[in-house]
Design a binder for this molecule. Structure first.
Ligand SMILES: Cc1cc2nc3c(=O)[nH]c(=O)nc-3n(C[C@H](O)[C@H](O)[C@H](O)COP(=O)(O)O)c2cc1C
Length: 327
């Protein structure tokens, strides 16, 4: 039997399948169901920075703090029902309920706010922290250095305080994802989650108005983490956790082959139910046996750029020949 165990930021996981931060992991019952279905670890639903601010500033949530309309809406609707205190309670109860690692998730957009809270998260029993950092870069007057500094300063301020490993979940919208990844590692990130899939909007032509886009990903979207993890896994020393587009064992295997330590599941669990974790785990084991991989370690990075004899293939951007015959 193939050995599916792996380590992620020093944590021992029975397999590389992590349930991504989402409503699936916002209750103890949800976390227990994920563990029972065979998940290697879970990332709890994010606590939004605005929720901490709301806690600090009473009921008044100043819109200037809320860079994220989604978070403002969330906080206003939920109040402090799911605030900092109940989040610590969730961590503690989840840890007692399951034996797999439980990773807390903080959504932040500014450094320095988490000072007291980070230690409390560790004291509550979280095995690691995932920082979900997302700054919308829509203002042409804001220079890239300023925005990137928000990321690196935030990571540094949390990593310095945290007695547990810190992973950072980012989106793909950087001039240099490679440089950003390296900077985040240098400033204390032990894991990089590539990538967050942001809320997307669409246009309702009949109503001539904005409408929600596809909430869930498609398997094709794995192309983005596949490319970046293949390019970075041999160059930046942290662990890589793949997120976006992992819907089956083949997708998970591809990402491990290019260097991911773990893969995160979300949309497929919404579509197919939590039992999908068991199916993907069993399929992954079969796939490894079929290709004679005795362990995840043996498989990891085999097809990464740094181990390839044709590294230039990983950096190809233009179609050229591939388009011949399609014109
Ligand atoms: C309903 C829903 C809620 C989510 N909530 C969070 C969240 O609180 N924090 C976070 O970091 N990501 C959140 N995500 C993003 C997922 O963790 C994941 O990164 C994304 O869905 C891409 O993975 P997938 O292709 O497997 O769905 C959420 C996604 C969905 C669909």
């Amino acid at each position: 039997m193939a050995d599916l165990s792996t380590t992620y930021m020093g944590l021992a996981l029975r397999n590389p399948l992590i349930v991504a931060s989402s409503s699936l992991t916002k209750t103890v019952e949800g976390v227990r169901r994920c563990a029972d279905a065979g998940a290697g670890a879970v990332v709890l639903k994010s606590l939004f920075e605005e929720q901490i601010l709301a806690d600090l500033h009473g009921d008044e949530i100043d819109a200037k703090f809320a860079w994220h309309p989604e978070a403002l809406d969330y906080v206003q609707r939920m109040g402090l029902e799911f605030g900092p205190q109940s989040y610590l309670k969730l961590i503690g109860e989840a840890k007692r309920a399951v034996s797999i690692p439980v990773i807390a998730s903080l959504h932040c957009v500014s450094p320095g706010l988490w000072t007291n809270y980070v230690r409390k998260i560790a004291d509550a029993g979280a095995d690691a922290i995932e920082l979900n950092i997302s700054v919308m870069l829509s203002d042409p007057r804001r220079d890239t250095g300023h925005v990137e500094k928000i990321y690196t300063d935030t990571v540094e301020s949390v990593a310095k305080l945290a007695p547990i490993p810190v992973a950072v979940k980012i989106g793909p919208y950087f001039t240099s994802v490679a440089r950003m990844a390296s900077d985040l590692w240098m400033r204390g990130a032990r894991g990089l989650v590539l990538f967050n899939r942001f809320y997307q909007f669409d246009i309702d032509i009949d109503k001539m108005a904005l409408s929600p886009g596809h909430r869930l990903s498609s398997p094709q979207e794995i192309a983005l983490p596949l490319r970046w993890i293949s390019l970075l896994s041999g160059k930046v020393k942290c662990d890589f956790s793949a997120s976006t587009g992992v819907h089956d064992a083949a997708g998970a295997a591809k990402l491990i082959l290019v260097g991911a330590t773990t893969v995160q599941l979300c949309s497929t669990l919404y579509e197919n139910g939590i039992a999908r974790i068991t199916a993907i785990r069993d399929d992954l084991e079969r796939l490894m046996e079929k290709h004679s991989f005795a362990s995840i370690d043996q498989m990891r990075g085999k097809l990464s750029q740094s181990r390839s004899e044709r590294p230039e293939l990983y950096e190809r951007l233009q179609y050229i020949k591939a388009l011949v015959g399609m014109d």
